[in-house]
Design a binder for this molecule. Structure first.
Ligand code: NAP
Length: 356
């Protein structure tokens, strides 16, 4: 198969670096363009990132001599992965989609647009059907698909098997979110060392609204949101990578603990599709009483697996448990790449480079 050409917008940031790292040697995709702000444009990626690189031991060889460009259509690629700051992502992504590019983004700007899916391939692959509606609106073959917020994605992964098997009526979630979720340089060290910050701007609103769209039903070209209630508290903690979440749920029908664990362990809807970034198991349940922990579990399934543990009865709702997801991988770059693989699988990408 001829590889599909990829551009990375925001390639110098925390998530952008993870794209550069994860796409090294990808069997379907080849990075042909790196782009960032005009502060970075015109410089070689290796030179720019010498003191900023944090996504792995070394900058992948393919990227070192690439010259970083500005984020304007004209880039020679057919898919763009966007890791742009949300202050600028909205307009730039719109421009790329209108010029015929497939845009797979981490930024929040377009998540609630009526014809833009918040895509999680294990949960709502049929939502990609919105792309045709978007193409009609734009008069272009280009489109935008988004990831959920980094905490939302793992939260939804944990809920989905329960939602399908027993129904979910209510969920209460408290997050302990890693520092890398705030980008670079992020939270000042004097604010976070020996401390917990009980507020992340806009995060609780995203966790309470995005899952309802993600679990929604596509009908007549529009998504009808799911109807359960979510209450979220989001905190920042002194962890480098990996968002931990304490979740309590009220189910629509009774289930015993073994059935709940079985629902998680049997969940593997992408098995057999051959998507390169799909982990062997999207969810693992750990029976260790002190897990999951970010340091030990964030890299499960190359960072693509949601690790769940500590299932207990809840004296207010039905069950409570702890889950963990890697915010830069499953919560950002890895999910956007998996989304693009699903686009290829479903025939939405023809692989022809735009902007040549
Ligand atoms: N970190 C996470 O865990 C996470 C998870 C999910 C989603 N997200 C979302 O992903 C996006 C990137 O997050 P991040 O943590 O990687 O942020 P970051 O480290 O601050 O990186 C931001 C990137 O945007 C570029 N940029 C800033 N202003 C620009 C402009 N005017 N024109 C073009 N490029 C510009 C920067 O380029 P320069 O280096 O040239 O300034 C940099 O490459 C955000 O929308 C964030 O909300 C992050």
């Amino acid at each position: 198969m001829r590889k599909i050409s990829i551009g990375i917008l925001g390639a110098t940031g925390t998530v952008g670096q993870m794209f550069v790292q994860m796409l090294d040697g990808h069997p379907w995709f080849e990075v042909t363009e790196l782009a960032a702000s005009d502060r970075s444009a015109g410089k070689s990626y290796g030179e720019l990132m010498r003191s900023r690189w944090s996504a792995g031991a070394e900058i992948p060889e393919y990227a070192r001599d690439m010259v970083v460009k500005e984020c304007h259509p004209g880039l020679d690629c057919s898919i763009v992965f966007s890791a742009l700051d949300s202050d600028v992502a909205g307009g730039i992504e719109e421009e790329f989609a209108n010029h015929g590019y497939a845009v797979s983004t981490n930024a929040r700007n377009h998540r609630m647009d009526a014809d833009v899916p918040i895509s999680i391939p294990e949960i709502n692959p049929e939502h990609l059907g919105l792309i045709e509606r978007q193409r009609t609106r734009r008069g272009s073959k280009g489109f935008i698909i988004t990831n959920g917020n980094c905490s939302t994605i793992s939260f939804c992964m944990g809920l989905k098997p329960l939602y399908d098997a027993f129904g979910v009526e209510k969920a209460v979630v408290t997050t302990l979110q890693a520092l890398s979720g705030a980008g670079y340089p992020g939270v000042p060290s004097l604010d976070i060392v020996g401390n917990v910050i009980p507020f992340i701007n806009g995060e609780e609103e995203k966790m309470q609204s995005e899952p309802l769209k993600i679990f929604g039903r596509l009908s007549g070209g529009a998504i009808r949101n799911a109807g359960f209630a979510i209450s979220a508290t989001c905190t920042r903690v002194g962890v480098v990578n990996g968002h931990t979440e304490s979740v309590s749920v009220k189910l629509s029908r009774k289930a015993d603990p073994d059935e709940v664990i079985e629902a998680w362990e049997d969940f593997n809807p992408l098995a057999g599709l051959g998507l390169p970034s799909s982990p062997r198991r999207p969810i693992t349940y750990t029976r260790e009483s002190d897990r999951p922990q970010p340091r030990k579990d964030a890299s499960a399934g190359n960072g693509m697996t949601t690790v769940i543990g500590r299932l207990r009865e809840c004296s207010i709702l039905d069950y409570k448990f702890v889950l963990l997801g890697h915010n830069l991988v499953r919560g950002a770059a890895g999910s956007a790449i998996l989304n693009a693989e699903m686009l290829v699988k479903q025939g939405y990408i023809d692989g022809q480079s735009i902007g040549k």
